[in-house]
Design a protein around this ligand. Structure first.
Ligand code: GAP
Length: 453
């Protein structure tokens, strides 16, 4: 992590997320559980939208990728073969005075950052959570909560090859929970003990790995930008030889400018043949690929773009957070891209008067068939607009008394505050085109500009 220059205040963002139902501390009524978080009604939609966008881009829209959902608990040999049992550790020191524990590789000097006390010698601490299968808690029944989803894809390489008849190059994609008993935590959802990963294992012919590695670095950068993350807040960082993981030949981090500084959002590694060779060795199975062109058996190399759902959510929220003046009043807003905004449209009757209710409900019922739609009739229209702005809803549809006569409603755009008035008959199609990115002032038949912003 490097010096902070981000314009976003993490405390404000955390407060918005809590207040509006994006993210809560886990088990809050018991005082919370360190580095575990619960996604509330809006947070769960945001995460689903991020995962859906990723799946669409890397599986649905490609011929060379298939999906997988492997189990979290795996045979313990997996972690021997992968090197996690031996090497997935952080060096831990403890303060002899206040007994707080620290990662020694993150300390600026050899004193306790909390009280200045003397520290113990570093001792390696394995980050995997251990548990047991079955009723007997002995060494023979030890299993681990997976610290990454990747291994599920390596051990299923042969199954996928045999059942899908894919030819190289092809990839497997998986989204799922991972668990790490992190020593250093904090920074909200940046580093959690339970989190979600979106990982790709892309199998290629040795010799074409460099080309595919460069390809995936570009693809993944473009994906973040397609969801509205600003280019200037993203940068690539190449791992030095010394910091490369034991399995990696080359690795780049896609870093994001978080409030606490530049930090890893996604890692892209060239893992060579390490994983298939290791699992072949430990399982006794032959994990290779018959190349029809050269008539040879080869062990594919693997390119791995590995992203975190929680970190993507944090980057997207940081990037979207803004404060400005709207209609003479300060407002906080999230400029969320429509693809990932939890609520796409809010239907707001101008007043609670009963005469507006039937038409408002009719419009609401129609729109909610297409998108996550909110209905809000409490408090003044200005306050309701602010509420929707603060949670990032791109469009508000207002039904007023004139709507009963002219069968038209207004659409208000969150970012520009511009409004148009359109026939209810074309509302659904108009909203779809606006959510797809068309300028608000491109009008449907019978529509008119209502407010310049
Ligand atoms: N299979 C490779 C792998 O797991 P990693 O760099 O350790 O590589 C990949 O993790 C991504 O998973 C990270 O870039 C980050 O987005 C996410 N991630 C890792 N540890 C995390 C944690 N403790 N909390 C939240 N996200 C985490």
């Amino acid at each position: 992590m490097t010096e902070a220059k981000s314009k976003v205040d993490m405390e404000k963002l955390v407060s918005l997320c809590r207040r509006r139902g994006y993210i809560f501390p886990s088990s809050e009524i018991y005082g919370g559980l360190s580095s575990c978080w619960d996604y509330g009604p809006l947070g769960v939609e945001l995460k689903r939208n991020i995962k859906d966008a990723w799946w669409r881009a890397v599986v649905q829209q490609r011929d060379d990728m298939v999906g997988l959902d492997a189990s979290i608990l795996m045979h313990p040999k997996v972690w021997e073969a992968s090197g996690h049992l031996e090497g997935f550790s952080d060096p831990l020191v403890e303060c002899k005075s206040c007994h707080l524990r620290w990662r020694s590789d993150e300390l600026k000097n050899d004193k306790c950052p909390e009280c200045g006390g003397e520290l113990t010698e570093p001792r390696l601490f394995n980050l995997m959570f251990r548990t047991f299968v079955g009723p007997i808690e002995d060494e023979a029944s030890v299993v681990y909560l997976r610290p990454e989803t990747a291994q599920g894809m390596f051990v299923n390489f042969e199954n996928i090859l045999n059942t899908t008849r894919k030819r190289l190059p092809f990839g497997i994609a998986q989204i799922g929970k991972a668990f790490r008993n992190e020593v250093t935590t904090g920074n909200f959802i940046f580093r959690c003990r339970e989190f979600e990963q979106m990982e790709i294992e892309f199998f290629v012919k040795p010799g074409t790995d460099k080309e595919w590695f460069d390809y995936w670095v570009e693809e993944r950068l473009k994906w973040y930008m397609s969801l509205g993350v600003r280019k200037e807040n993203l940068k690539l960082r190449q791992h030095t030889k010394e910091e490369l993981a034991h399995y990696a030949r080359e690795c780049y981090d896609i870093n994001y400018l978080f409030p606490m500084g530049w930090a890893e959002l996604e890692g892209i590694a060239n893992r060579g043949d390490f994983d298939l060779v290791q699992h072949a060795k430990f399982s006794g199975k032959t994990l290779n690929y018959y190349d029809d062109e050269t008539k040879e058996h080869i062990v594919p190399y693997i390119i791995e773009p590995s992203a975190g759902v929680d970190r993507t959510a944090l980057a997207i929220l940081c990037d979207a957070y803004d404060e400005d003046i709207a209609d003479g009043e300060p407002r906080a807003l999230l400029h969320l891209h429509p693809t990932i905004a939890p609520i796409k449209v809010a239907v707001l009757p101008l007043s609670r008067k009963e005469t507006l209710a039937p038409l408002s409900k009719e419009v609401y019922e129609e729109l909610r068939q297409c998108w996550m739609t909110a209905f809000d009739e409490a408090q003044s229209i200005g306050r309701r607009y602010r509420r929707q702005d603060e949670i990032g809803t791109p469009f508000c549809v207002t039904i007023d008394f004139e709507s009963l006569e002219d069968k038209q409603v207004t659409i208000r755009e969150r970012d520009s505050l511009r409004q148009i008035r359109v026939p209810i008959d074309s509302l659904k199609n108009t909203l779809q085109t606006k959510l797809d990115g068309e300028d608000l002032f491109v009008l449907p038949e019978g529509g008119k500009i209502w407010k310049e912003g």
